[in-house]
Design a protein around this ligand. Structure first.
Ligand code: ZN
Length: 754
């Protein structure tokens, strides 16, 4: 066999292995099985959670079901030998357009303070769920982790105080956390917070947010066992997104005090997020263990830290397949980029290989074309699959198809541009220089992104030195090592980006163009290119076919579909809300001959933002059973303004949304049960039993319409039950879940009163 023929086989194998490793990339970061020798006892933690969740009924803030969960939680805390505190607070927030609810945070000192001023760590989770599901992952797992860590550290005298803080009302708008940060006397005793959250039911735990600067937080990452997924880039991306957890209130710029914080969450299996499927059956025990190990390490680090006054630095950090974390001072990222850039320029000059446009064009052309190819494929698959290209039931297939197309395109381009003069060092140095440039641009635009490049560039710097010494073979071998490091550091990222961002994350596949292009450079295959191209093409086609033929949704990865039975001034309606057209079986079920057909429309005549969107809606003759009446206690009109005091009585209500009639007909002032709220055009939402009998004070310009109220009662009546029964098992209600809603025009409701 000739050298070229042998290289052709080697390149085929290398590209094939790269594609398959990318396809199954998340397997390499699977959470570890519970370790019986580790102090964190997963079985005990899950058994405790099982007792707390009881019949696994959804238990949103201020409901009877949440009272029951809290009572069982308090029993577990007491049986561990701790003294729980319950803080009862009626809280209104100006965030999210305005939300009020009664919240009851639960907290206890796992390691009590030894004096009245000692500061310590809060280990935070939340016990409320969304109305649609039992929240075994979100955030039952966090509660279970908190209690098990409390058991482990109980009686430790080598730690600063540790408060286990289990908030309420997180799901409606972080109300428990806001109550703690802004009005709890114990908040002044907290200087560090470890939050444990979930957006799914399985997968490795990731540390996706720190406080800023992050030096102490990065130092608190687990040093032994399997660390969390963590890198500066994903925390930068998180910070740029509108998502929130309880930790957001601690990190507010106007929070009464600054804290150190780490935020943990697992996000795989997110089709079950905020659905009935977020239950104990689906919650992965390895995920609970991985969360426990890392939260414990973080608490121990924060709690054992001597109170130093040294300024906290800013670090760049990244995990290596959860087997360890590398962290360097932020300035050294720029130093590595500049140094490697200078060394590759010097190498190019010294070896005389700086000429030749093909070598210069190779890497950028490969990366850009691969990124465009992945985006085009994602869009095409999304159009064909009608449900978006993101494939929740078989994410490996989409991950594989996007990686494969990127690798195939990069290979073709690198083969075309590689040149036929046999020079490998020139194209290699030019490619490394491009990565330094990309890193530099990243540093300016999105500093965390340099963690993609710095480990590989650090290793590649040795290749550049070898090139300077004219040791070409050595330079090539070190480049291969640097490429391997690049793969190791970045392997899970495109897959997690797909899980977190869906099809929007397709451009991340372009990362794989880099090792693919470098492989083509270091394994010369002139004239023997059929084998790698045909093999890679076949693999790509097979993966695309897999995306096309595998079901997008299954009972283990269901699509959201929520049923609402609504009464409004325009009549009674059934609404099926989800992203795509509901299945025919649901459209036909529970529809009497006098009921109209579904249309994708908005027939409600609502002004409340949540009800103004088009959805699959049909008129119905049945009325949702919600009782409500509005009493006018006082109504004072002057020439310019009108002040009303209303009493709203709705004994079956679970939630209420009060909104001004028009964005330009805003109320001047608004208060609920004496708590004043900043009026917003999104209206005010009130959760829980408060809605059953409350006093509302409104002032507004005279002659303005008052606005609308939507009163929600969770669940459906008997009359609508057949529609829910017809929902296939690959669909589940989400968020607020199936519900009855009464839309009331306030002016009409008032004039209807005797
Ligand atoms: Zn949560």
């Amino acid at each position: 066999m000739t050298q070229t023929a042998r290289n052709s086989i080697i390149l085929t194998l290398a590209l094939g292995v790269l594609t398959i490793v990318c396809t199954f990339s998340l397997w390499f970061v699977s959470p570890p099985s519970p370790d019986p020798d580790h102090p964190f006892n997963t079985d005990a933690a899950v058994a405790r959670l099982t007792r707390i969740l009881g019949d696994e009924r959804p238990h949103s803030v201020d409901t009877d079901a949440n009272d029951a969960v809290r009572e069982r939680l308090l029993t577990e805390i007491r049986s561990l030998g701790f003294d729980p505190i319950v803080r009862d607070d009626f809280r209104c927030t100006a965030h999210f357009g305005g939300i009020c609810a009664r919240v009851q945070n639960v907290m206890f000192w796992a390691v009590p303070p030894t004096d009245d001023t000692a500061q310590g760590v809060a280990l935070m989770s939340h016990y409320d769920s969304v109305p649609a599901g039992p929240g075994a992952g979100d955030d039952g797992a966090g509660v279970a982790v908190g209690l098990e860590i409390a058991r482990i550290i109980k009686g430790r005298d080598d730690m600063r105080p540790v408060l286990v803080l289990i908030t309420d009302g997180e799901e409606i708008g972080l109300l428990g956390a806001e109550s703690f940060v802004y009005s709890d006397p114990l908040a002044a005793r907290i200087d560090s917070v470890v939050n444990v959250e979930a957006r799914g039911v399985r997968g490795p735990i990731s540390m996706f947010q720190t406080s800023s600067p992050n030096g102490n937080d990065v130092a608190a990452l687990a040093k032994s066992g399997r660390t969390a997924l963590a890198n500066t880039l994903s925390s930068d991306i998180y910070d740029a997104m509108p998502n929130d957890t309880d930790l957001s209130r601690f990190l507010d710029n106007d929070a009464p005090r600054q804290i150190d914080g780490t935020n943990f969450a697992f996000i795989l299996g997110d089709s079950f997020y905020h659905t009935p499927g977020d239950n104990l059956t689906n919650l992965d025990r390895s995920t609970v263990f991985h969360s426990g190990v890392n939260a414990l390490a973080s608490v121990e680090s924060f709690a054992s830290r001597p109170m130093s006054s040294a300024p906290e630095g800013t670090r760049l950090y990244f995990d290596v397949l959860t087997r360890g974390v590398i962290s360097v001072p932020a300035w050294s990222g720029l130093a590595i980029i500049l140094l490697s850039g200078l060394l590759s320029v010097a190498g190019l000059v010294r070896t005389g290989t700086w000429r030749g446009w093909r070598g210069w064009a190779l890497l950028p052309a490969a990366v850009i074309a691969a990124g465009l190819g992945a985006v085009a494929l994602s869009v095409a698959l999304g159009a064909v699959k009608s449900s978006g290209a993101y494939s929740p039931a078989h994410p490996w297939a989409l991950r594989g198809a996007l990686s494969a197309i990127a690798i195939l395109i990069a290979t073709v381009i690198a083969m075309i541009l590689r040149g036929r003069d046999g020079d490998q060092v020139g194209p290699l140095l030019k490619s490394w220089l491009w990565l330094s440039v990309l890193g530099g641009v990243g540093w300016i635009l999105f500093p965390g992104s340099v963690t993609i490049f710095i480990a590989a560039l650090f290793v590649a710097s040795a290749a550049m030195v070898a090139a300077l010494l004219k040791k070409n073979r050595l330079a090539i071998n070190i480049s291969i090592l640097a490429m391997f490091v690049f793969g190791l550091v970045n392997l899970p990222m495109p897959g997690f980006a797909l899980a977190a961002l869906g099809g929007m994350a397709a451009p991340f596949a372009a990362l794989w163009a880099i090792p693919a292009a470098l492989l083509v450079i270091v394994i010369p295959t002139e004239k023997k290119r059929g084998l790698p191209l045909v093999s890679l093409g076949g693999l790509t086609a097979a993966l695309i076919l897999a995306v096309l033929i595998l079901p997008t949704y299954t009972e283990n990865a269901p699509r959201g579909l929520t049923i609402r039975h609504i009464a409004s001034g325009a009549g009674n309606f059934v609404q099926l809300s989800g992203r795509a057209e509901p299945p025919q079986v649901m459209m036909e079920s529970g529809r009497s001959s006098s009921d109209g057909p579904y249309t994708y429309s908005n027939l409600l005549e609502a002004t409340i933002p949540a009800f103004t969107r088009d959805r699959w809606t049909r008129p119905t003759t049945t009325t949702p059973d919600i009782l409500a009446r509005v009493e006018v206690i006082s109504d004072t009109v002057s020439t310019e303004s009108r002040s009303l005091r209303l009493r709203l009585i709705a004994p079956t209500a679970d939630r209420l949304h009060l909104a001004p009639a028009l964005a330009d007909a805003m109320w001047t002032t608004l208060s609920v049960n004496g708590e004043s709220v900043v009026p917003s055009r999104w209206g005010l939402r009130i959760a829980g039993r408060t809605t059953r009998d409350m006093t509302i004070d409104i002032t507004l310009d005279a002659n303005q319409p008052l606005g609308q109220i939507a009163i929600t009662r969770f669940g459906l009546g008997e009359d609508i039950a057949p529609i829910a029964a017809a929902r296939p098992d690959w669909m589940m209600p989400r968020q607020e879940g199936d519900a009855r809603v009464l839309l009331l025009d306030l002016d009409a409701a008032i004039s209807a009163q005797p």
